[in-house]
Design a binder for this molecule. Sequence first.
Ligand code: AP5
Ligand code: ZN
Length: 216
Amino acid sequence: MRIVLVGPPGAGKGTQAAFLAENLSIPHISTGDLFRANISQGTPLGQKAQEYMRAGQLVPDEVTIGMAKDRMEEPDAAGGFLLDGFPRNIAQAQALDSFLTDKNQRLDAVLDLEVPEDEVVKRIAGRRICRSQSSHVFHVEYSAPKKDGVCDVCGGELYQRDDDREETVRKRLAVYHSETEPIIDHYKAQGLVTTISAIGEVGEVTARAMAALRPE
Ligand code: AP5
Ligand code: ZN
C-alpha cells in the first residue's frame, strides 16, 4: 500500500506511523526524521534544513522533494510506503503525483488525523524523542518512559525538539493551516481522503486508522 498521513504538528502522525507501518509491513518515511538525521550527522542537507526547522517554516521544496524521492526509490519502498510529513504543500503533492504516475503507481489512501488545537499544544509540550535513528516518541504524561530521560526501546537519550518551543509551535500550526491543509482538498478531488479522530488512547487511534485503511 502507498499511504499519506496528514495532520497538524503533534497530531500523533509519527506515533501512529510506527504501528501502522509495522501492521502493514511497509516502511515509515518521515521527512522530519530524515531532516533530523541529517542535522545530527552534520550533512550539507541538514545544515540547509536546520534554520527553516528552527523557525517553524517549511524547508524549501528543491531540498525536500529530492530527498523524499531518493528515499522512496530505496528497495524497501518498492512495494509500498507510509509517508509522514510529506507532501506538505500543493507543489510537493503535485511532485508526488508525477513521481508515482511515471512509475505507473498510485496512492491507495490519505489518512487525515483530526485533533483540536489545545490538545496538539499539550502533546507537543510534553513530547520527548530518542536520539537514535528510530526517533522513538514519548510523552512525559501520556506515554512516560519507565526511566526519566531514557528510551524504553533502545536505551537512547530522550530530548525535547528544538522546534517544540511554544512560539515555534504556533508558527508551525499557522504554516500547517496555510500550506498543508490545501493538500487535503487536492486529495479529496482524487477520492483518497479518510478523516479520523486522533483523540483517545494511542491503540484506539491505531484501530480506527486500520479500520479506515482496511475496511473489510
Ligand atoms: P515533522 O517532524 O514532520 O513535524 P510535524 O509535522 O510538526 O509533526 P510532529 O512530529 O510535531 O508531530 P506528530 O504528528 O508526528 O506527533 P507525535 O507522534 O510525535 O516536521 C518538523 C519540521 O521539519 C517542519 O516544521 C519543517 O520545518 C520540516 N519538514 C518536515 N517535512 C517537511 C516537508 N515535507 N516540507 C518542508 N519542510 C518539512 O506525537 C506528539 C506527542 O503526542 C508525543 O509526545 C506522543 O507521545 C503524544 N501522543 C501521540 N498520540 C497520542 C495520543 N493518542 N494520546 C496522547 N498523547 C499522544
Ligand atoms: Zn530509542
